[in-house]
Design a protein around this ligand. Structure first.
Ligand SMILES: Nc1nc2c(ncn2[C@@H]2O[C@H](COP(=O)(O)OP(=O)(O)OP(=O)(O)O)[C@@H](O)[C@H]2O)c(=O)[nH]1
Length: 633
């Protein structure tokens, strides 16, 4: 890593301004106090609120939320406040710029997601202070912004080179005599970030070339930044490009001890925080689909689906000869659809795409071994359905049992014997067929259950509904009355019922015909429904008779309700083909009394009152209380 003064640069580098610069200067002094820093921070409300937010997210689970700048600085520490202030200052200043091919917004969007990922992985692995890792993640690629600032035209041209995506650092060195990682590291050092973090940041794009000893803290931090960077790359990918990256993330996650499920939960949460922070910093944060969706295998096109009888088999071996033998036997001799991969990593990416039913994998391979591939596949829901055969020259009892424990279904010793391979495939085919049949049955059963539930609901509705008026029928009404009776007993509340009967309805039928009679019934039913309160239940008892159940209603209120109802029906004008028909109703009202034994006695009392209302001349509401008749009007 070079020092900044040794890097040849012909323009001005990005640098923090205003309050951030003042904080940087203050931090260079040994005697700076927290109170002094707080005073400077408080002059910038946006920075204050961002630091408070960051302190609160760092203090997750703490009893008391942090609300003041002083507390936030106390929680974060002066060094982290300085780094965050610098990061936020750069974000605000460099939202756009003169380098045409450099997408400033996408750059910050990526940096923000990387910052959040580094923070979150830091908290999980305890490899460093998560807030410090946030700031480092935000600035890890600041060298790229620097090159876009110092050499806008040349860098723009360089970014358009077709090779830029694969060998950006090399191109930068060729044309600009430095590269973005070198510049990032030099700037971060200049800004006071400790070398224990700068080293891993410098190497994070190519952790394998870091030279850090395996398992050491710098090496683990390099892996952490690498994973955070690749997670942030999700922000740059399109739907179609994601499957490779997702499988790579599953592998990288495994290296810091995260299985696929934990990684998924973490990434979903990161994306949520990313959007929230994006709003705060005015940085675009696209909406990525949930991890479960990104990691599930894509639908195969019809031409990719296996023809009848043929199986989709993925073969994995770093030895090209074994790979060719397997391909030849499986594809040419047995007619299967074969996908091949020469490494475990490639296999994992291919498996996401091609959904193999069977995977035949070598055990010993560089990078990702057959065992690791097995574990990675078994960690996913779809990978659990794959029939896995391990190819191995290791066949001691111990090794074989280790492989079975990792999740293989069968193993084959190398060199592969074509006859044995065929025999083993018969067992695999049997398993795949059983699984297919089981999945088909399960899908059918699911559909059948859903259809049954729908038709049951429909039947229930039909059985409980009066087809003419769409009101609940007598059966449903009696059920509702039972429930209302039980509730009134339980809560010792009043309960009243109204039995309504259309007056001289026979005449309507006789005069205008049955169809018109039906129309009158429908309109009267709708009117009753409209007048009823929310808690009342209305049903058609049959013919031209209706029941209204009024919970928590005493006799006085019930009689008033009956009168209101009677009057609105009296005023109702039913228009049938130009003729206006008017109807009236007689209503019998009864309320629950202590001597009543059940809901039938209540309805019978209302029936008797109705009979008396008819007798008394119709179009009126009557009650019988303690043997005495009272009618309105
Ligand atoms: N249109 C039609 N008429 C029905 C329906 N259900 C019952 N009815 C008729 O309703 C009439 C009821 O007549 P009655 O029981 O004599 O009573 P009313 O004419 O209303 O006389 P009061 O009740 O004494 O005022 C009968 O003619 C039944 O045929 C139906 O669904 N549609």
């Amino acid at each position: 890593m070079k020092k900044l003064e040794l890097i040849p640069l012909s323009g001005e580098l990005p640098s923090p301004k205003g309050v951030a610069l003042a904080i940087l200067e203050l931090c260079r002094r040994d005697d700076t106090t927290l109170a002094e820093i707080a005073r400077v921070v408080q002059t910038d409300p946006a920075l204050s609120s961002r630091l408070i937010r960051q302190a609160n997210s760092a203090a997750q689970g703490a009893v008391r939320p942090i609300a003041s700048v002083v507390d936030a600085i106390g929680r974060l520490g002066i060094g982290t406040v300085r780094n965050l202030a610098m990061g936020f200052s750069l974000v605000d200043q460099y939202q756009n710029g003169p380098c045409a091919a450099f997408d400033y917004q996408a750059f910050w969007s990526h940096a923000l997601l990387m910052a959040l990922a580094a923070q979150s992985f830091g908290a999980m692995t305890k490899l460093g202070s998560s807030e410090e890792l946030f700031a480092c993640g935000l600035l890890a690629q600041v060298g790229r912004l620097s090159l876009a600032t110092v050499y806008p035209a040349a860098y723009s041209k360089l970014l358009q080179d077709p090779d830029a995506a694969h060998r950006l650092s090399a191109l930068e060195q060729e044309h600009l005599q430095t590269d973005h990682n070198e510049l990032s590291a030099a700037l971060l050092t200049e800004w006071g970030i400790p070398s224990t973090l700068v080293g891993p940041i410098y190497h994070h794009e190519h952790p394998e070339a870091s030279g850090f000893s395996p398992g050491s803290r710098p090496q683990q931090l390099t892996q952490l930044f690498h994973l955070a960077h690749r997670v942030a790359d999700l922000s740059l990918t399109t739907d179609g490009e994601r499957s490779h990256l997702i499988s790579e993330l599953m592998l990288l996650g495994g290296k810091i001890g995260l299985n696929a499920d934990e990684l998924g939960v973490t990434i979903d949460e990161l994306v949520r925080h990313w959007r929230e922070w994006g709003e705060l910093l005015r940085i675009p944060a696209s909406s990525l689909p949930p991890f479960a969706q990104m990691s599930s295998p894509q639908e195969l096109r019809p031409d990719e689906r296996s023809s009848a009888g043929a199986l989709r088999i993925l073969v994995v071996d770093d030895d090209p000869i074994t790979l060719t033998i397997l391909e030849t036997v499986l594809r040419n001799a047995l007619g299967h659809m074969v996908f091949s991969a020469s490494s475990g990593e490639e296999a994992l990416a291919l498996a996401v795409e091609c959904q193999p039913q069977i995977v035949i994998t070598d055990w010993l391979m560089p990078d990702l071994s057959g065992l690791e591939l097995t574990c990675a596949l078994r960690a996913t829901e779809w990978g659990q359905r794959i029939y896995l055969i391990m190819l191995t020259s290791l066949d001691t009892e111990e090794e074989v049992s280790e492989a079975f424990e990792a999740g293989i279904d069968d193993f084959l010793t190398k060199p592969v014997n074509a006859r044995i391979l065929r025999a083993r495939l018969r067992a695999a085919r049997h398993y795949v067929q059983l699984l297919d049949a089981w999945e088909r049955d399960r899908a059918q059963l699911k559909q059948f259950t859903a259809e049954l539930a729908i038709s049951n609901r429909r039947l229930e509705h039909v059985a409980m509904t009066d087809l003419l008026t769409s009101l609940p029928n007598r059966r449903a009404g009696m059920g509702a009355l039972e429930r209302a009776w039980a509730a009134s007993s339980r809560f010792e509340q009043a309960l009243s019922v109204l039995v309504l009967d259309i007056d001289h309805f026979k005449r309507v039928n006789d005069t205008y015909g049955h169809a018109v009679g039906d129309k009158v019934l429908i309109e009267v039913a709708q009117q009753i429904q409209r007048v009823a309160r929310k808690d009342d239940s209305v049903c058609r008892l049959g013919g031209e008779e209706f029941l209204m159940i009024c919970p928590n209603t005493d006799i006085k209120a019930a009689l008033l309700a009956a009168e209101r109802l009677r009057r609105t029906i009296e005023a109702l004008q039913i228009n049938v083909q130009g003729t206006v028909i008017r109807s009236t109703v007689s209503i019998g009202v009864a309320s629950r009394e202590p001597r009543m034994t059940d809901s039938d006695t209540l309805v019978n009392a209302a029936d008797r009152a109705l009979y008396r209302a008819k007798e008394a001349g119709r179009n009126r509401s009557c009650i019988i209380v303690q043997g005495r008749l009272r009618c309105l009007p």
